[in-house]
Structure formats: C-alpha cells, structure tokens
Design a protein around this ligand. Structure first.
Ligand code: CA
Length: 231
C-alpha cells in the first residue's frame, strides 16, 4: 500500500527493461497502483509497442540488448510522441543524465531506487501532463482566427522576458528541444537549457508543451450571431 498522496489517475505505462525479474517487479508495483503496464525487453519492441498502443508515460532502461535507451527516446521524440519519459538507469554519470535530458527525457532515476520514489516521480509527471493538457485542448478547440500570437512587446510586458528569452520561448512553442535551441540560436547546450528553464519559470509553466499556449491569446470578438441576425 502506498500513501494516498502518491496515487495518480490510472495511466498506460510502457516499461522498457530487459532484466525480466526487474521488469516484473515494476509491472507488479505499477499494477498495484492501478496502472496498465506494457512490457518491452528490447528497443525495437518498445518502439513497436509505443506505436500500437500509445502510452501515457514511458519508463526507460538505458542498457538494452539491441539498441540503447537513448535510441528509443530519440525515435519516440522524432515521431512526435510527447508523453513523459522517465529514464531508469544503473548509470549515475552526469553525462548520461545530460544526454537523456538533451534527447527529451523528463526525469531520471538511478538504480537502485525505492518503489515509493519511483511512484512519486511517476505521479508528478502524470499530474504535470494532465494539468497542461486541458489548456492546450481548449486553445485547439477555438475556431481559427480568434487566436492571436502575442508580439514581442506584449511578451516583454506580460512576462518580463528578455529578447533572447522571447526567441527561446517561440522556438520551444515550435517544439524545439534544448539541443535544437542551442543550434538555432548559436548557444551552448547549457546556455540554451538555462534560457529554457528561465522561460518556463517566467511563464509559470511546468513543461514545454504548456509554453505555446502562453504565447497566444484568444481574441474576444463581437457576437457574430447578433450581427448576422434577422434584419
Ligand atoms: Ca538493462
């Protein structure tokens, strides 16, 4: 049993782990929390499963028998899969974490870790995703033409963004990763990541997907049904 604070709404979780005893333990832990678990022991199998049954979250081991976890992550992001990815790894080197984040991982735990820590991290990632989703969906549902992209002046006034941060924010809204930000803006990866973090802080958003909607606003238009009413 786990504390209520750790529980999240049930999700479909893809567990990519080649050590079967480990995979089974994860499956059991997650299923006890009410989640549905898809297991994959190889990178290619993970990609096939993710395609067939899009997961809400991926737990990704880095050391896999065919290709490594980085390959899986890169492929998922290249296909536009935006769900949170939490890397599980025995590697504790800083460079591995940086590479994982560079490729779009959302969190990282180093083995061995406790079940409670893992569940807490999963819940936090799922909550963030679900908080961001309704805002994005609401924006998407508005008819075309009533969404206006804020100009630089407005972004500066509203969020106190610097010129550089405005450029970063617009690229994040386009879906750029930190590595892409770095190459598009001619910055080091670390500088790009710092800018991205500052932008998210100033916009008060928990993830990159939530940046785009913050750079837009819906334009209040006159009630067209009244204007076009019977004459
Ligand atoms: Ca492994």
């Amino acid at each position: 049993m786990s504390p209520a604070t750790l529980s999240a709404a049930p999700a479909r979780i893809l567990v990519v782990e080649d050590t079967s005893s480990y995979a089974e333990a994860l499956q059991q832990t997650l299923e006890l929390e009410g989640h549905t678990v898809l297991l994959a022991g190889r990178a290619m199998e993970a990609l096939a499963r993710a395609r067939a049954e899009p997961p809400d979250l991926v737990l990704l081991d880095l050391g896999l028998p065919d290709k490594d976890g980085y390959h899986v992550l890169r492929e998922l992001r290249a296909r536009g899969v935006e769900c949170p990815v939490l890397i599980l790894s025995a590697r504790s080197l800083e460079a591995d974490k940086v590479e994982g984040f560079r490729l779009g991982a959302d969190d990282y735990v180093t083995k061995p870790f406790g079940a409670l820590e893992l569940l807490a991290r999963i819940s936090a990632l799922l909550r963030r995703t679900r908080r961001a989703a309704p805002a994005a969906a609401a924006v998407a549902e508005l008819p075309a033409g009533v969404i206006r992209v804020l100009d630089d002046r407005e972004l500066k006034d509203r969020y106190a963004l610097t010129e550089r941060q405005i450029a970063v924010a617009r690229l994040i809204a386009e879906g750029c990763t930190n590595a892409e930000l770095a190459s598009r803006l001619g910055l080091s990866f670390f500088t790009a990541r710092n800018h991205a973090e500052q932008v998210m802080l100033k916009l008060d958003v928990a993830n990159r997907a939530a940046v785009g909607p913050m750079l837009q606003e819906s334009v209040v238009i006159a009630d067209r049904s009244r204007g076009a009413g019977p004459s």
